[in-house]
Design a protein around this ligand. Sequence first.
Ligand code: SF4
Ligand code: SF4
Length: 126
Amino acid sequence: MPIFLQCDRCTACCRWPGQVKLTAAQITELAAHLQIGEDLFIQRYTRLNQARNGLALMDQADGSCVFLDGNDCRVNPVKPQQCRDFPNLWNFPGSEQHCRAKPIEVTADEWRRRIKLATGRDREPE
Ligand code: SF4
Ligand code: SF4
């Protein structure tokens, strides 16, 4: 049976070192959600990504994402795909030591339904 990782909203993934890369479409969506222009959005909330070939979300002084507010994401309805996809569609060796998502055994149909809800994507269980 497929395993779905149920996020418990611990926010560790919004706090650990790394980067949330942005596509042009995501910048448009985020700026619209915040009701500001894209230029202002870029100036206020982004930085050059590590490869220096695009933009990523800025960090707060403590290293957490610029949109983390307490335990809430200020842009949750339009958060970047990278955020939506973790930890079910991508993760990294050792991430389970920090991420508190609970593994739940579900049917294939239920896995598809949950993945669609969490990520917006249509995927098949492996
Ligand atoms: S955009 Fe939201 S979900 Fe993504 S890292 Fe920032 S606070 Fe977390
Ligand atoms: S995906 Fe994991 S690390 Fe991120 S908020 Fe959910 S449980 Fe925490």
